[in-house]
Design a protein around this ligand. Structure first.
Ligand SMILES: C[S@@+](CC[C@H](N)C(=O)[O-])C[C@H]1O[C@@H](n2cnc3c(N)ncnc32)[C@H](O)[C@@H]1O
Length: 258
């Protein structure tokens, strides 16, 4: 892929993540409540993307240093522009050295956040044991994944089409992740696992986010031809008319040193 394509792909992905934050961002606040970390001086956001989690963490812990780790240069540029400390690193190589995280003078990291990022890794075990070692006493690791892709369509026939799109997306490996509990336990954590569901209002951003999901579904190889045509026909209706009922469930693992 040439540089121009990489850049526009990353910009498309940035817009997509920002829409998720706009539509479902308040769900992450509920997730953070579950971690029950009363104060934090040092926070690390793993696979921070465009900073949806980092901004929430900064609002919740205004005194803390929030360090964002990602391996996409465009994401890092965006995060730096928002005033975050950033570290460019491949998380498959493990947890970055504390010295790189501007926390060298502390007893460790109080809160590590990994939202929709762990499933991108081919070697998460090394990262998880590194997080375990880096955490300060009383610290926590919060792992978040979409339990299923967000749902938007309300009318029964359309909702069934959406289900088939999700099945085709699953066949293509989208959002594929395990129950992280055994991996976290193997890394030395005690784990609580729960789910948070959000049903946000139908806003312009929700309509745009739905439209973008369906634009992606249209290219799925496992989608039947008539479903592909139905998806194409739907796309023009997202900005007007189509009845939406946005809903997303996220799975949350709160892991504390055993
Ligand atoms: C789906 S996005 C999630 C972004 C953000 N955490 C959120 O919830 O909006 C996944 C992020 O993980 C980053 N990522 C994927 N693989 C990575 C790796 N091996 N090392 C570091 N970052 C990685 C991607 O660049 C992307 O920004």
């Amino acid at each position: 892929m040439d540089h121009h394509h990489q850049r526009s792909d990353s910009q498309g992905q940035q817009r997509f993540l920002d829409l998720d934050a706009e539509v479902f961002g308040h769900q992450l606040a509920a997730v953070l409540d579950m971690a029950a970390v009363p104060t934090a001086g040092s926070i690390v956001d793993l696979g921070a993307g465009t900073g949806a989690g980092s901004r929430l963490l900064r609002r919740r812990y205004p005194e803390a240093t929030v360090t964002c780790v990602d391996n996409d240069p465009q994401m890092l540029e965006q995060l730096r522009g928002q005033g975050f400390a950033v570290v460019g690193a491949d998380l498959n190589d493990g947890f970055p050295a504390l010295a790189a995280l501007a926390t060298a003078d502390t007893a460790g990291v109080d809160l590590v956040w990994a939202s929709s990022s762990l499933h991108h890794l081919t070697r998460p075990a090394r990262l998880l044991s590194g997080v375990r070692r880096a955490l300060a006493p009383g610290g926590a690791l919060v792992v978040v994944e979409l339990a299923a892709l967000p749902r938007f369509l309300k009318e029964r026939g359309e909702a069934l089409l959406e289900q088939r799109c999700h099945a085709a997306a699953a066949a293509a490996g989208w959002n594929r992740h395990p129950d992280w509990t055994p991996d976290l336990e193997a890394a030395g954590f005690a784990v609580t696992r729960s789910e948070v569901t959000a049903t946000p209002p139908v806003t312009t951003a929700a309509r745009e986010y739905a439209r973008q999901w369906f634009a992606r579904f249209a290219h799925l190889p496992a989608l039947a031809r008539e479903d592909r045509q139905a998806v194409e026909a739907l796309r023009v209706r997202f900005s007007n008319g189509i009845e939406l009922e946005p809903r997303a469930t996220r799975t949350v693992w709160v892991a504390t040193p055993d």
